[in-house]
Write a protein that binds this ligand. Structure first.
Ligand code: TXA
Ligand code: MG
Length: 300
């Protein structure tokens, strides 16, 4: 496909290319190049150097850069390609830009499941650093048009793969020692625990995915979570069969559908400029844990 060729050339030349993954759109650059990685931070307007996820084509490519271990092998064997990011120690001779690790001695790495992302990774032959393709602190993009609106002027190209199937970012698991969830996502704790025991303990109460400290996914309107009524001036983002919804994450109360709709609907409802948005309760089970996590950040 000509588009993939062109995108791969841009990436090899150190330019930024936004591409679809199964979770959200990524803002990609050559992870081996400090200059290209610096351009990602500049385009996103990230105030600090929050480390980036590095995308590779397969397990063998990952092994070139990180200290692989049995836990990583078991999890990658089950969930890659897919929405699971593994945090692993950098190899001594790791060629990935230190800027992508933002000073940590680890790299967050994953093999995405989207056919365009995989084709691009194979074509360019580079590991690609790619945070979500939104301006810092804003809602992650699940459509090419979202990327165009926020970063259109700052990227060489946007590969359009339509709507992202999963709709929320990958689960992040630190596997440098006892496996720990750093960010909830489509791969739930229950799914991970079928493979390996997981702790969610944050040592010393510290959050270990640095990006999770920020208030994030911020819409302009105030969000009121777990709403069981609609107050004066509010628009309703519903879940389940109800009337009076401005938008409904899933009329059948399906969590997968709700995750896929979440960011798109947050953007759409926020674009109506309401003073506030009431969001109905989402059950805290399975994928609902990740959805509630993103909603809590959006409301912060
Ligand atoms: O689904 C996803 O993961 C998407 C797509 C594009 O792959 N990417 C994504 O990237 O969500 P971003 O930059 O928006 O979020 C990366 C998160 C941040 O919270 C960051 O702090 C954390 O990963 N992270 C990156 N490298 C890390 C590391 N070495 N140790 C701990 N956390 C890390
Ligand atoms: Mg992000």
């Amino acid at each position: 496909m000509q588009q993939i060729e062109t995108a791969a050339e841009y990436l090899r030349a150190g330019k930024l290319v936004a591409f679809p993954t199964e979770t959200v759109y990524g803002l990609g650059a050559d992870a081996l190049s400090d200059k290209a990685v610096a351009a990602i931070y500049a385009a996103k307007g990230r105030p600090d150097f929050n480390p980036l996820i590095v995308h590779v084509a397969d397990v063998d490519a990952a092994k070139k850069y990180v200290e692989w271990n049995d836990t990583a092998q078991m999890l990658a064997g089950t969930f890659w390609p897919g929405p699971l990011t593994l945090v692993l120690s950098r190899k001594k001779d790791c060629a990935i830009s230190l800027l992508a690790s933002a000073g940590l001695d680890t790299v967050a790495i994953r093999v995405p499941a989207h056919p365009l992302a995989l084709a691009l990774l194979e074509k360019c032959g580079l590991p690609l650093a790619a945070p979500s393709a939104n301006r810092s602190g804003k809602i992650s993009p699940t459509l090419a048009s979202h990327v165009q609106e926020e970063l259109g002027g700052k990227v060489a190209m946007i590969l359009d793969g339509g709507a992202c199937g999963v709709g929320i970012e990958s689960t992040i698991v630190d596997v440098t020692s006892a496996p720990r969830i750093l960010r909830h996502g489509k791969i739930t704790r229950e799914m991970l625990e079928k493979i390996i025991p997981i702790t969610e303990q944050k040592p010393n109460g510290k959050i270990l995915a640095p990006g999770m400290l920020e208030s994030h996914y911020a819409p302009n309107a105030k969000l009121r979570l777990n709403a069981t009524d609609i107050r004066e001036g509010e628009l309703l983002l519903a879940f389940g069969a109800v009337q009076n919804a401005t938008l409904n994450l899933s009329e059948t109360a399906n969590l997968e559908e709700a995750a896929a709709n979440l960011f798109k609907m947050l953007r759409a409802i926020d674009a109506k400029n309401p003073p506030a948005i009431a969001v109905m309760p989402i059950p805290m089970e399975g994928l609902g844990v990740a959805i509630n996590d993103r909603l809590a950040r959006a409301a912060a």
